[in-house]
Design a protein around this ligand. Structure first.
Ligand code: ADP
Ligand code: MG
Length: 256
């Protein structure tokens, strides 16, 4: 993609590189984070995870979130998906403020617009691969036959057509993460959120998952926000946001 790499607004606790040409911004971002602040309070005091974090993600754009353990990466993904509430700031998704919805509205909205992939796969052990992949459709009230058919299409897309009737315990880690990807995409979301999706996998399996995830991201023009410690993965994303622990500004080389 052409366009100069200009530093976005500096934020406490984060460095953002943005090479999105301004001409792409006219339609409005798919995800717009403004002045997001999150604190955890405990007997030991208040921990400010980030303070005034702002960035936007366009349709079809891949963004890597990096940073040390404890820097707030998972916290940020929870806020982007509305699984947790901020202390201040907004997350607009398709122009709608996640935090002005009721819990029930948010759950429906999340199911329609976002797919989520976790480090630990989070598959249900008593269900088959196709049932696991169909779960978002079944949860949204779609018919079983139709949901399983859609799930099989997605399993085929992630290279697991032959494993549809296997349970998670009968699948390798890489295969389980492929099922999780199929599940994340089965409801045709526009945003894919992934929290260290290769963190439990050996290097070559992890690389295969990275390639698959980026291929799916491009094929479906997904906005993709992925937390990763894998610098090669980060380098293959359009942008990197590096979070700093305890609100400190982190420095890192801009990626080529
Ligand atoms: N529910 C919670 N209550 C209190 N502190 C929390 C909670 N969740 C996370 N934290 C703290 O917030 C910081 C960021 O956590 P997290 O987002 O999990 O970091 P990362 O994913 O980057 O490792 C850490 O210091 C963590 O201990
Ligand atoms: Mg984490």
């Amino acid at each position: 993609m052409a366009g100069g790499r200009a530093a976005a607004r500096p934020h406490q606790g984060a460095i953002v590189w943005n090479d999105t040409p301004m001409t792409m911004l006219s339609a409005g971002p798919l995800l717009e984070v403004t002045d997001l602040t999150k604190r955890y309070r405990s007997g030991a005091g208040t921990l400010t995870v980030f303070d005034g974090l702002s960035f936007a993600v366009e349709a079809g754009e891949s963004v890597a979130i990096t940073g040390e353990s404890g820097s707030g990466k998972s916290t940020l993904l929870h806020l982007l998906s509305g699984l947790d509430d901020p202390d201040a700031g907004t997350v607009l998704c398709e122009g709608r403020n996640l935090f002005s919805m009721t819990e029930a509205e948010r759950a429906v909205f999340r199911g329609r617009t976002m797919g989520y992939v976790w480090q630990q796969y989070a598959l249900l052990p008593e269900f088959t691969a196709e049932e696991n992949a169909a779960m978002p459709l079944l949860a949204a009230g779609r018919g079983r036959r139709e949901s399983l058919a859609e799930a099989r299409v997605k399993l085929d897309e992630v290279g697991l057509a032959g494993r549809a009737s296997h349970r998670p315990g009968e699948l390798s880690g890489g295969e389980q993460q492929r099922v999780a990807l199929a599940r994340a995409l089965v409801a045709r979301p526009r945003i894919l959120l992934a929290d260290e999706p290769t963190g439990n996998l050996d290097q070559s399996t992890g690389e295969a998952i990275i390639s698959l995830l980026l291929r799916l991201q491009e094929a479906h023009r997904l906005a993709c926000v992925v937390v990763t410690h894998n610098l090669e993965f980060a380098a293959r994303c359009r942008r990197v946001i590096k979070l700093g622990k305890g609100g400190a500004v982190s420095l890192a080389a801009a990626l080529a």
